[in-house]
Design a protein around this ligand. Sequence first.
Ligand SMILES: Nc1ncnc2c1ncn2[C@@H]1O[C@H](COP(=O)(O)OP(=O)(O)O)[C@@H](O)[C@H]1O
Ligand SMILES: [Mg+2]
Length: 628
Amino acid sequence: METPSQSLKNSPLPKLGGFRDCIRLEAFRANRSFFSFQQVIQHTAKDLSVWEILRPLIRPHLPILTAATLLNALHGFAITFQVFTVGWLIDWVLGKGAVPPDMWRRAIALGIAYFLVSVIGRMLVWHIGYRLYTKVRERILSALRARFFRQLNALCLRFHMKRSSGELFSYLFGSPLQNVIQFYQHCAGGLAGAFTKIGSAVGILVWTDWTLTAVMSLTVCSQVYMMDRARRVSRKLHLDYQKQESAVTGSVADILRGSRAVKLHAMESTVEGEFGEQLQIIAHKSYERDVRTHFAWMKQETISYAGFALMIVACAWRFSSGKVTIGEVSMFMLAFQQLSSPLTTISQAFTLWGAAQASLERIAEVLRESSTTPDPEENSKSVPPAGDLEFRRVTFAYEQKTVLSDLNFTIPYGQSVALVGPSGSGKSTIAQLMLRLYDPNEGSISFGGQDIRLCEGAEVRKRFGVVPQDPFIFKTTIRKNIQVAKPDATDAEIEFVCRQANAWEFIQKLAGGLDTRVGEGGSNLSGGQRQRLAIARAILSNPPVFLFDEATSALDTISEQLIQDTLKQVCAGRTSIIIAHRLATVRDCQRILVVRNGQIQQDGTYDSLIAIPGLFRELVDGQQLATS
Ligand SMILES: Nc1ncnc2c1ncn2[C@@H]1O[C@H](COP(=O)(O)OP(=O)(O)O)[C@@H](O)[C@H]1O
Ligand SMILES: [Mg+2]
């Protein structure tokens, strides 16, 4: 029978999807908070209009949407019928002056017609249309959210450093998408019906008396004009508000994530003060948005009241000149009042569209972004299963300041190499470039002779088992956190790698063992425990290259020594790149690269480097001084 260790060794390199890479990004992302959030110039934007984004999402549902719109329009005719029933009751059932002999027959016929049109033409048809709209809404929303999420995962670290996760989260579930939903729901409620209601009512009224209809239409047109103005005002105000809200959401999420640091530095009153200031700004913007939108609305309502006053006079004039009957006057007055409801619907649709458009524009802004480490569009090269790692004339800058300049080195497959150097010298940056989390500005990096720029980033990262400086632990069970590296790993495999990573002892002591849930960002684990889990993950992924970025920095020297011993066995026959601060731990590495100011200053074995004066000896002496 195969032991877990054999099965691990024999298993092929894990074939995992984007999730694992996303997790690696997360891990590096958790590490980035001390870097500044400056504008990044390398981003290029795709030319993509809001409509181009929406079209593919809507197209598959066009037949259902058309059917829903037709049903909705149909219900508008039914409402017009209801409105005019009053006029027909007065003139046709009760008669103009004398009661007609078949009044009862007429009354019953009108009553039945009214009832049937109301129940079938209005309620049933309306409801079916609404159902269809709502079903399509959910499908489109899911597709949009999925597309947005896919885009976030595809975007590079440069992008993620610019945007806070709180802000991005709000795009998917906060007010931007809510605005779009609100607009859609409003249309589903009766926008098409509003148009047919106005159209059919005006049609009948023109046929009855065009002069009265003209007066009414004049008012209607003025109203529409005012609506358009209201829409513009509203759009600008909503955009302003949303920007502010996103900024606040982002910074609050940041503060909550850093709650430990807030307590540690006794920053409670400072952050409360800052939060209070932001609340004031947001309250002011929100007040201004609503009050000014409301005022724009009031202006258009005033026009409608003036119109009604005019209608009163006009009706008296047309009746006295014998052009319209009492029933027709009542139809006009009722229609005038009833028309305000579809007009309101249309006008609100304009306002809501203003907000929805602003939101879509912001969502589109993210969808337009392109990664600075794009996967090749076609003919992407496959990453060799193992091989030498070569940096050739690599120059790199996060922003303007050059971090690595003209870097050249080759790590033959199977070598164990240490990267050492003062902090800030560029060691972690070198690691991120190997993983294709960033691409070099100049020069090239190859793995097994293959330029990794021509390969998919996710494929490159599958070749590496990474333990980042501050590993990210997900808010789930320990088992799932380790399975990140291999989703189908059995408990035996997990136990095996945890023992190797010296993590089994503490996991066993937890009440739930592997099923223990750990907190957000692994907050109920110590730094050392998080590192041990991350080491277990890396071992489980069974990669050809291990990359440890200060992976044991949070461990005590005894645990560190224990892990070093097992890592030596695990890494045997594969490449291991160890970024280390404590130089005693790199004594056994076959080769040491000493980095300073983004350049390799020294390259040799521990013994050869310590024998000559230079940066390495200075660093070692400095540490010995510190420990003696
Ligand atoms: N995401 C980033 N954005 C901007 N500058 C960065 C970023 N990451 C690192 N730097 C800068 O690059 C330099 C090298 O950093 P790093 O590679 O993390 O050093 P090391 O790992 O050797 O301590 C430092 O000056 C650091 O400030
Ligand atoms: Mg570092």
